[in-house]
Design a protein around this ligand. Sequence first.
Ligand code: ZN
Length: 305
Amino acid sequence: MKSFHWLPLAMLVALMTSGTSQSTLAGEKDKLKVLIIDGQNNHNWRATTPVLRKFLPASGRFAPPDIATTPTNKKASQDEWDKFRPNFAAYDVVLSNYNGELWPEDVQRSLEAYIKGGGALVVVHAANNAFPQWGEWNKMIGLGWRGNGFGDRVTLNDAGKTVRTPKGEGPGAGHGSQHEFSIVVRDTSHPVTKGMPAEWLHAKDELYHGQRGPALSMHIIATAYSAKGNGGTSAHEPMIWWIPYGKGRVFTTVMGHGDYSMKCVGFQSVVSRGCEWAATGKVTIPIPDNFPTADKSISIPKETK
Ligand code: ZN
């Protein structure tokens, strides 16, 4: 009688084990591949890249990101730059945390071809300060940290209407003092922001204003009010937007000055969901239960050693 009982149990265990391992394998295979680019920045990329690298896979949707680091020394030799040849096509999404010297011509063309062919680019904070001299980059990001003679400025007025200010008029790029500020969702049906509170308090950060560029087919997803009292512009400045580029998508958020800004649960949710959406056109990563509210910013707790 004993063997009669044990056999089905053994079979059941075997079935459960094989079922579990198969679904785990399939899950790993389905994880999106991210390439983070860093190496030069007027910000502390050595502190912020590890934050990005950690929270993306924590969502369960991404494999641990690879990092492509450029030469970090502005006097780097040609040989050192020759080693920076990221294989963009091997990734579902490229995330730029880079603000430095212009990449070699063939790397520029390679990124353009990757996005045009349906690739995905996500740009955080000062990564949009990079490459004013690279025309296609400016088209991809739409707006960047540029002087007021560079291109149009795009803001929203108090009625929520888009205002384009031509070059030469109004402020160029800048920011006031760092503070916590409200992110106002303008596109509540966009997959990245769908289900988020309409307004939520972002952790301490720089509130970029006066961003400039061609802003072609720019879709504004969220803004923040730039108060004069904080050194701002009294305009609703774009905080999250996206631009179609060929068959691909470019998703930008100007949030993320410091590692403390990137530890905002709202920022991490926006970037995780933004990466998934840019890569696939869909968002499956849930909005976390501890998402910031209109009155309270929420940051992930400091790590205990
Ligand atoms: Zn900054």
